[in-house]
Design a protein around this ligand. Structure first.
Ligand code: PEP
Length: 248
């Protein structure tokens, strides 16, 4: 079953309008012949400028989060409708930093995911275990719970991208081995098959995220169930283009 690979960057709370636009201008010619879908998820305040910077390129602009409500008294939050106005195609949801530092829960992830889908925005739903969960053997249990609760009520699972991001590998320089990433992503695909349907599971894009870089991307991308990457640190530099061109 062929799935089009998808490489997305997550700028987190980095870059300014000026440095972001400069990076996009430098990346655009380097990624223009990519065989995968390419996106950069950027801080909300940069979305209008980055959308302009990426116009006419194959780089789509995504958001780093989205709120579930249409509008209302949610100070500091951004709705799917607001993102849509700027042509935002993707929104990261349930990133471990949101779960860890901002108290986001599986229930919230679920509401955000449904709101993104209702507005035609592709959610990139992040799941992954902490180091202690991996060490005490509960990786699959934790991820199964995140998938069951986070994806409840999704009608067309093919419209969702899943990012498997072991928390211990994010921003630490410690990457999961190719085998560890493949094993857990194969588990995620199996679980999606059980929760939705086996055929749909074969069509769902599942990325790996966690210190993926220009040096380790080829090995990770060679794994049969890994369909792409969610890239933090390496998306802030030209290395992102090397990852996008992992197959060249
Ligand atoms: C991320 O934040 O999603 C991520 C994978 O970060 P890094 O690549 O820096 O580990």
């Amino acid at each position: 079953m062929s799935r089009k690979p998808f490489i997305a960057g997550n700028w987190k709370m980095n870059m300014t309008a000026k440095s972001g636009a400069e990076l996009i201008a430098a990346l655009a010619p380097l990624v223009k012949d990519a065989n995968c879908d390419v996106a950069l998820c950027v801080p909300a305040i940069l979305i209008p400028e980055m959308t302009k910077a990426a116009a006419g390129t194959n780089i789509a602009i995504g958001a780093e989060n989205v709120h579930w409500a249409k509008n209302g008294a949610y100070t500091g939050e951004i709705s799917a409708e607001m993102l849509k106005e700027y042509g935002v195609k993707y929104a990261i949801i349930g990133h471990s930093e949101r779960r860890q530092y901002f108290g986001e829960t599986d229930e919230g992830v679920n509401k955000r995911t449904l709101a993104a889908l209702e507005n035609g925005i592709t959610p990139i739903v992040c799941v992954g275990e902490t180091l202690s969960e991996r060490e005490n053997g509960t990786t699959e249990e934790v991820i199964a719970r995140q998938l069951e609760k986070g994806l409840q009520g999704v009608e067309d699972i093919k419209k969702v991208v899943i990012a498997y991001e072991p928390v211990w590998a994010i921003g630490t320089g410690k990457t999961a081995t190719d085998g560890q990433a493949q094993e857990t992503i194969a588990f995620i695909r199996k679980k999606i098959g059980e929760l939705f349907c086996p055929m749909c599971a074969q069509k769902v894009i599942i990325q790996y995220g966690g210190s993926m870089n220009a040096g380790n991307c080829k090995g990770l991308m060679a794994q049969p169930d890994i369909d792409g990457g969610l890239i933090g640190g390496a998306s802030l530099k030209l290395d992102f283009a090397t990852i996008v061109n992992y197959d060249k």
